[in-house]
Design a protein. Structure first.
Length: 332
């Protein structure tokens, strides 16, 4: 059993009461097993949905122009239409409606695995009432092919929701990006904070996902582009001839999604006991986590904020080490 068993039991009691909706806290992905199973890219469908949402928000803002709807009004419509959330039943933990739409669709290719088929399937971690025994809860969400990269559907919520929170912290609260992502990562110890070391990851699932941080970071860049006028990257402009807002360039996930979103490339850090089980599962699949495969992520903007540190510099190991040997990335 993992450290701080009493804390785990507290969470387990809550999980037993809430049942399945606890997956709002415990989604992970298995992009290793899913990678060869995905054939069709979903970017076109998701791009079309996002562009439709942007246009709908613009239309609402333009209908309000008679009431002197300015840039602030437009931005409110964009945030409401695209950043909207719906709470999970019982837990009331919000997920992006955009992600919910993806989960409901059947018309595009996605990888759905039985839990026992995943790299986490050594034990029934997907049964919340067994957490006092196993010390963790893990649900594995579906993965899709998005702009050539294998990503878990949960990354869409990170892109939209956490990305928006990130934008608000930086833009409205005058914080720097490093401190915001450092807070989302959290302190490297078992705790109940709402961060990757806490209930978003390590303390509950035994998995700390750098890919989650990457999706949040590029969501911040998306919201910066969306909620701005007059920049080369802006999606919306005010047409001086008509006095109406117009979309001046199409959105595409290709501008934001990259290998850092892929947990099979930007490797997660695992609790040591879970790491051994996952390593055994990968070996049975003739797979591994070679550090050389993730070196290219170091060239991404601000990579030190969301890429597993082992991918950023020289290492004495050829493959990802256990969590106890990985240092926390610098926040400055």
């Amino acid at each position: 059993m993992r450290p701080c068993v009493s804390g785990a039991i507290v969470i387990a009691v809550v999980a037993c009461v809430l049942g399945a909706p606890v997956r709002a806290l415990a989604d992970e992905t298995d992009n290793f097993t899913c990678r060869p199973l995905l054939r069709k890219d979903s970017r076109a469908a998701l791009d079309a949905l996002m562009n439709a949402k942007i246009q709908q928000a613009i239309d609402r803002a333009n209908r309000s122009r008679r009431g002197a709807c300015g840039a602030d009004c437009l931005f409110r419509e964009l945030q409401k239409g695209i950043g909207g959330s719906a709470p999970e039943p019982l837990t009331l933990i919000p997920h992006a409606r955009f992600e919910g739409w993806i989960r409901e669709q059947t018309g595009f290719d996605r990888c759905h695995l039985k839990f026992s088929e995943t790299i986490y399937g050594a034990r029934p971690y997907n049964l919340p009432w067994l957490m006092p025994i196993y010390g963790r809860i893990i649900f594995v969400t579906d993965s899709i092919l998005l702009s050539g990269h294998v990503v878990g559907i949960d990354k869409i919520s990170h892109f939209i929701r956490e990305g928006h929170d990130f934008w608000r912290d930086v833009t409205e609260h005058d914080r720097d990006a490093a401190s915001v992502l450092g807070q989302d990562l959290g302190p490297p110890r078992w705790q109940l904070g709402w961060n990757e070391y806490g209930l978003k990851g390590m303390s509950l699932t035994g998995v700390l996902s750098y890919a989650d941080l990457a999706a949040s970071y590029f969501g911040f860049r998306f919201w910066t582009d969306l909620l701005s006028l007059g920049r080369p990257e802006s999606f919306v402009a005010l047409d001086p001839s008509s006095g109406r807002f117009i979309q001046v360039r199409p959105f595409t996930f290709a501008a934001y999604v990259n290998g850092a979103w892929d947990e099979g490339v930007n490797y997660s850090v695992l609790d040591p006991a879970l790491d051994k089980e996952v390593a055994a599962a990968l070996e049975r699949r003739s797979l591994s986590r070679p550090i050389a495969a993730c070196r290219s992520l170091a060239a991404l903007p601000d990579a030190r904020l969301y890429v597993n540190p082992v991918c950023l510099g020289p290492s004495s190991s050829d493959t990802v080490p256990l969590v106890s040997k990985i240092s926390r990335p610098a926040n400055k």
